[in-house]
Design a binder for this molecule. Structure first.
Ligand code: PLP
Length: 407
């Protein structure tokens, strides 16, 4: 087998299962998971209906490039959402089976297997696929920390020129998992300037772009940032997103990659062999989903309601910061994040993800240590119930509460 498989780290949820193994929550409490970032709002009826109305699609092989109608619909959505003047549906958009699959395969398609010096710059903490794709592609991750003491900004400016010279890909997650921070125009400009100088590809993972709290302030997107700088054709830039979070349809496995046509042309060739064409049935349901914004507005309303209720109950006992976007609270627990997660589970049945499981030791620190990630993905009622239990648990244990100190 490929010896690089041995380089892969255990998945965070596997580590979480190990951490909580053998613990039994107090009798009578129903477990509530704030661990996994899997949206649990009901998948909108219009998507389910489009699946059942298009079951005939199962009897034909789909094209890897997708149907023209799907690419047109996605291109139109991206242009509407991000105010783009041009995006060619035929050459600058490709359907993918969710952003996870696309991130994983794109990184490997973009790396040169003969380039043994290659680095992929990854945020830290981060979505674990970045690291796995990098290692399997024969490169090494170079972690750029996002520290609370630096406003959770990925500190691109801290990366020395010697590292940039070996960098082939930068993975930028905005809004970020785990803390929902949105990259600014200046930060994108810095990355684009560095990409012009060193020739690396910028991969923008934007799957949380539609989960935000102020309808008047949608997060800035990478393609829009490039357009504002007059970067016609989005050189060395691609953006990925999906319907998983936007439309509460993680099981549909439907997303897109859009941007630089040269990158997409090579990626399409790779995908033709990879065998990752999207089912025609899923394509039809995706067309229906990207055309409708009403369900997305309702989805955001539910998150807004849940975040407000959760903040109100938990903030007095565990200081919280409202994220700019995405559906996580990233909380400083003022001590050992793994012990915090174990205690919480044992006494309340609530699962949270220790931040150290999604960070790596880099530059002398694991920026996830001392934090927990709480995914507010379930129903509003369950979110409120979790908040109340957290409040009661922490109100009785003041010593375990964060001092609010930045790391
Ligand atoms: C940062 C980030 N990127 C990508 C994904 C993959 O999402 P999907 O494959 O459902 O689009 C996730 C899922 O949780 C994520 O957190």
């Amino acid at each position: 087998m490929n010896p690089r498989l041995a380089l892969l780290q255990p998945y965070p949820f596997e580590r979480l299962r190990g951490l909580l193994a053998g613990l039994t929550p107090a009798s009578g409490v129903t477990p509530i998971s704030l661990g996994l970032g899997e949206p649990q709002h009901p998948t909108p009826a219009l998507i389910k209906q489009a699946v059942t109305a298009n079951l005939g699609g199962l009897s034909r092989y789909p094209a890897t490039a997708g149907q023209a109608e799907l690419r047109d619909t996605i291109a139109a959505w991206i242009m509407r959402r991000f105010g783009l003047k041009s995006l060619d549906a035929a050459t600058q958009v490709l359907p993918v089976n969710g952003s996870k699959e696309a991130l994983f395969s794109l990184v490997q398609a973009a790396l040169d297997p003969e380039d043994h010096d290659a680095l992929v710059v990854c945020p830290n903490p981060f979505y674990q696929i970045y690291e796995g794709a990098t290692l399997l592609g024969g490169a090494r991750p170079y972690f750029v920390n996002s520290l609370a003491s630096n406003g959770l900004r990925p500190d691109w400016g801290s990366i020395p020129d010697s590292v940039w010279a070996r960098t082939r890909i930068v993975l930028a997650c905005s809004p970020s998992n785990p803390h929902g921070r949105v990259m600014t125009q200046d930060e994108w400009k810095l990355l684009f300037d560095l990409s012009d100088k060193h020739g690396f590809l910028v991969v923008a993972d934007e799957c949380y772009s539609e989960i935000y709290f102020d309808e008047a302030k949608p997060p800035l997107g990478a393609l829009a940032a490039a357009q504002a700088l007059g970067r016609d054709g989005y050189p060395r830039l691609v953006s990925l997103s999906s319907l998983s979070k936007r439309s509460s349809a993680p099981g549909l496995r439907s997303g897109f990659v859009a941007g630089d046509r040269k990158v997409l042309e090579a990626f399409l060739l790779y995908r033709t062999y990879h065998g990752s064409a999207m089912s025609n049935t899923v394509q039809m349901a995706s067309i229906a989903a990207w055309k409708d914004e009403t369900h997305v507005i309702e989805n955001r309303r539910l998150y807004r309601e849940k975040f407000a209720a959760f903040f109100e109950r938990v903030n007095p006992v565990l200081p919280l910061t409202m994220p700019q976007a995405a559906f996580y609270f990233w909380a400083n627990v003022g001590g050992d994040d793994q012990a915090f997660a174990r205690d919480l589970f044992a006494s309340t049945g609530i699962t949270v993800l220790p931040g150290s499981f999604i960070g790596r030791d880099a530059h002398g620190v694991n920026p996830g240590r001392g934090f927990v990630r709480m995914a507010l993905v379930s129903t509003v009622e369950e979110g409120i119930e979790a908040a109340q239990r957290l409040h009661d648990h922490l109100a009785h244990r003041p010593m375990a509460v964060a001092s609010g100190g930045a790391r």
